[in-house]
Design a protein around this ligand. Structure first.
Ligand code: AQP
Length: 331
C-alpha cells in the first residue's frame, strides 16, 4: 500500500495541521501494510496566493524540520519538495485539461480563499485541485491521510482518475482519503465556527507549532468560548468548548466522554489551564527537536534522497501517461 500527503509552506504549521495530518502520518509510518510513504512540501500550492520569497524559503525549510521534529522517520517516509519533481506540474496540466471549470468552481476552499484576496484571484487558486490530484495520482497512491477540509478535493481527485481511466484505459489507482476520527477539523480559537488556518491574518486564531510556550498557553486561555459555564461537547451550541475538548482529547489520548466527566464540575478557567498545559506538554519536545534539526545537514540529506526517489517514480509514470494520451513521440 502506498500513501502520500503534503502540507503547504504557507506559514508555520498549526496545531490543526498537526492533529489533522502530521500526528496521523507519524502513526501510519509504522503500519506493516505500507510499501511506500511519501510526504511532501507543497510549495507550488502555496503560490496560489501571494508569498514573500524570503518567507517562502524559510517556511519550506522549517516545514521539513517540523516533519522530522514531530517524529517522521526518513527511513520510513520519503520527504521531498513538490517543485523539485517537475512531473507534478506536467500531470497537473493534463488533469486541468480533463477537468471542468464548473467542478473546480464548486470547491469550498476556492470559494473561501477567493473572498480573502485583495489583489486579484489567481487562476492557480481555481485550478489548485487539479495539481493536488496530480500530486496523488502520479504515485498510484492508495491512501491519502488528510484533515476533513481536504475531503472535497480528494473526491474530485477520484472523479478525475475515474474519468481519465475510462477515456484512456486504466492508468490511475483511485485513491481513498484517510481522515482521523478525532482532530480532523480543529477550529479557530477566536471564531470556533471557522477552521484553524496557518494563513489566518490574526495570529490569535491559531497555535503555531513554533509559538513560544507561554504564548501557546495565553492563546488557549483567551480562546473564545461561551457564557454557559459548564464543560460539555456540543459543537452546535458550544463550538469553543467542543474545540478545546477535541484538542485535549487528541493530545492526551483521552476520550471526550472521559474529559466531560472529569471536568463536569470545573469552571472554564480550570479547564482551559489544563488544556493549555496539555498542549504545552505535547509541543515542548517537538520544539526542542526542531531547534536541534533546523540548522543541521540532515535537512538537505533528507530532501535530496526524497527528491531522487520521488523523481524516479514520477518520471516513469508521466512517460506512461504521455504515451496513453499520444503526446510527443512514443518512448
Ligand atoms: N484546522 C485543521 N484541522 C485539522 N486538519 C487541518 N488541516 C488543515 N487545517 C486543519 C490539514 O492539514 C493538512 C495540510 O493542509 P494544507 O497546508 O495543505 O492546506 P490547508 O488545508 O488549506 O491548511 P491551512 O492551515 O488552512 O493552510 P492555508 O491557511 O494556507 O490555507 C491537510 O491534510 C489539511 O486537511
Amino acid at each position: 500500500m502506498r500513501l502520500i500527503s503534503g502540507i503547504q509552506p504557507s506559514g508555520n504549521i498549526t496545531l490543526g495541521n498537526y492533529l489533522g495530518a502530521v500526528k496521523n502520518f507519524v502513526k501510519l509510518q509504522n503500519s506493516d501494510k505500507l510499501t511506500d510513504f511519501l510526504v511532501f512540501i507543497a510549495d507550488l500550492h502555496a503560490i496560489t496566493v501571494p508569498q514573500d520569497k524570503t518567507e517562502l524559503r524559510k517556511n519550506i525549510k522549517s516545514l521539513v524540520a517540523l516533519y522530522l521534529a514531530c517524529g517522521l522517520d526518513p527511513e520510513k517516509v520519503k520527504i521531498f519538495i513538490q517543485s523539485e519533481v517537475p512531473a507534478h506540474t506536467m500531470l497537473g496540466w493534463v488533469l486541468q485539461c480533463n477537468g471542468y471549470i464548473g467542478e473546480l468552481e464548486r470547491m469550498t476552499q476556492y470559494k473561501d480563499k477567493k473572498e480573502r484576496q485583495v489583489a486579484g484571484v489567481s487562476v492557480g487558486l481555481l485550478t489548485y485541485p487539479s495539481l493536488m490530484a496530480a500530486d496523488i495520482l502520479l504515485y498510484d497512491a492508495n491512501l491519502v491521510p488528510v484533515g476533513v477540509d481536504q475531503k472535497q478535493h480528494l473526491e474530485l481527485t477520484r472523479d478525475l482518475a475515474i474519468r481519465f481511466n475510462s477515456r484512456y484505459q486504466d492508468t490511475f489507482v483511485v485513491p481513498e482519503p484517510y481522515i482521523p476520527e478525532a482532530g480532523a477539523k480543529i477550529m479557530s480559537l477566536i471564531d470556533p465556527t471557522k477552521k484553524m488556518s496557518k494563513s489566518d491574518p490574526n495570529p490569535k486564531a491559531y497555535i503555531s507549532l513554533l509559538d513560544d510556550i507561554n504564548v501557546v498557553k495565553k492563546k488557549i486561555k483567551s480562546a473564545v468560548t461561551d457564557s454557559d459555564g459548564f464543560v460539555k461537547y456540543d459543537v452546535e451550541n458550544k463550538p469553543g468548548i467542543s474545540n478545546l475538548l477535541t484538542i485535549m482529547s487528541c493530545v492526551t489520548n483521552t476520550s471526550i466522554k472521559e474529559l466531560e466527566e472529569k471536568y463536569k464540575d470545573s469552571n472554564y478557567a480550570t479547564f482551559k489551564e489544563d488544556v493549555a498545559n496539555a498542549v504545552a506538554l505535547e509541543l515542548t519536545p517537538i520544539q526542542a527537536k526542531y531547534n536541534e534539526i533546523i540548522n543541521s545537514k540532515m535537512i538537505d540529506e533528507v530532501l535530496d534522497a526524497g527528491r531522487d526517489y520521488a523523481n524516479y517514480l514520477a518520471n516513469k509514470k508521466i512517460a506512461k501517461i504521455y504515451n496513453k494520451i499520444g503526446l510527443g513521440r512514443k518512448r
